[in-house]
Ligand binder design. Structure first.
Ligand code: HPA
Length: 275
């Protein structure tokens, strides 16, 4: 058994001492979007800090816990708060929670985040379903010894975001009358925001939104064969697009402003993704 797998297994065992709940869908809540967890009929919650060997988020506005419960009749595990590469964790640590949720039973993963809008047609407050990503500006989460228990050495990434889940998300948005963009997400290392020059380069590469989290999590999940979808909340226009300076306060304020629609959308997506 690989060392990483042993660590993951130990984390699962500690969680299993607290709950035997088996989730079907795993959800990761992005910056400022954490209060969706209150939508779930909670069965149990486990603080990350209570799990020995588990990474803990240091960013304000991110609580750190797993919430287990039901959205409608769908058993879910919700990550309220995630850890980021820029906090100093290794990529292996960053994706530990994703791997643990898979090992607890989740087959599908819904990733959410706040992201900067690169596409000039976007506006702060828009939602974007991620149809593809560019992750080559951050180290691969799969670097190092392969965890054979989880997946193959060279996993295919030609369809990271599941077509059916994208369709369900678009239908949910349509039903709720919430406009939804479809775009490409590029991940940067952070924690500094990008320069206007970098944003222009990303636009040339085909990116529509930029953030510091999601692509590496999607890779870890695909490695394990999970079905993945991602929704970005465009919290601000990326550097140089609007000429305005960027701040974490703006990111949180926009996420707050759209949180009602976001919660409705996520709920509808989860309920319709059951099965
Ligand atoms: N850049 C990178 N990450 C982000 C941004 C941004 O503009 N907004 C929210 N997360």
């Amino acid at each position: 058994m690989s060392e990483i797998y042993k660590k993951l297994d130990y984390c699962c065992k500690q969680i299993r001492e607290k709950t035997d709940f088996v989730p079907k869908i795993a959800v990761v809540l992005g910056s400022g979007l954490g209060d969706f967890a209150e939508e779930a009929k909670q069965v149990a919650s486990v603080e990350y800090s209570s799990i020995k060997g588990f990474p803990i988020s240091t960013v304000s506005g991110h609580n750190g816990r797993f919430v287990f419960g039901y959205v409608g009749s769908v058993p879910v595990v919700i990550m309220q708060g995630r850890v980021h590469y820029y906090e100093g964790y290794s990529m292996e640590e960053v994706v530990m929670p994703i791997r643990v949720m898979r090992m607890l039973g989740a087959q599908k993963l819904i990733l959410t985040n706040a992201a900067g809008g690169i596409n000039k047609n976007y506006n702060p407050g828009d939602f974007m379903i991620i149809k593809g990503h560019i992750s080559c500006f951050v180290p691969s989460v799969l670097r190092g010894e392969n965890i054979d228990e989880l997946g193959v050495r060279f996993p295919d990434m030609s369809r990271v975001y599941d077509e059916q889940m994208i369709k369900t998300a678009l239908e949910a948005a349509d039903k709720l009358n919430i406009p939804m963009r479809e775009g490409v997400y590029v991940q940067t290392q952070g924690p500094n925001y990008e320069t206007p020059e970098e944003i222009r380069a990303f636009a040339t590469l085909g990116a529509d939104a930029v953030g510091m989290s999601t692509a590496c999590e999607a890779i870890a999940a695909r490695h394990m064969g999970m079905k993945v979808c991602g929704i970005s909340c465009i919290s601000n226009m990326a550097a140089g697009i609007s000429g305005q300076e960027l701040s974490h306060e703006e990111v949180k304020a926009t996420a707050d402003r759209v949180s009602k629609d976001f919660k409705k959308l996520l709920r509808e997506l989860i309920i319709n993704e059951n099965g």
